[in-house]
Design a protein around this ligand. Sequence first.
Ligand SMILES: [Zn+2]
Length: 173
Amino acid sequence: MKILTWPNQILTTKAINVEKIDEETNKIIDEMLNIMLSNNALGLAAPQIGISKRIIVAKISEEQLVILVNPKIKNKKDLGLYEEEGCLSLPGVKIKVERANTIDVEGLDRKGNELHYHLSNLDAIIIQHEVDHLNGITLLQKANFMQHQKIKKQLKQEARYVKRNKKKIIHKS
Ligand SMILES: [Zn+2]
């Protein structure tokens, strides 16, 4: 499985709730953890690997792995936290986005047990970023108009470059 990048439509589609946590759900979770860790990322949402379901994984407190099925953010507090964020689905893009400094997040683990986390700072940012993905929101929608135009251009150039190189490879073989 590979990471979807802009402008794939799944990235801007609202993901659906997981009705039943079964073997398939656990397979998706394992795949997501693998991809997140092998890319040295801090979080990943299922739509990023083409699965439009409400599942996120994250690495918080620098090492603790978090798996949340059907996550819900409650009690967003202290807006005004701005950190530069990147995203595996928007290669090369960095944007400063306004986030809440502290959040409570609830969801289910891979066995269906209820989880609750009280998070702040970077940990809170990661979870807000991943839950945004479940709602079809990427950093691009969070950018202001000027940033948006610039980044779109940059991403289009990158896509063209990848396409050109792929063609070359196909031509050779
Ligand atoms: Zn992302």
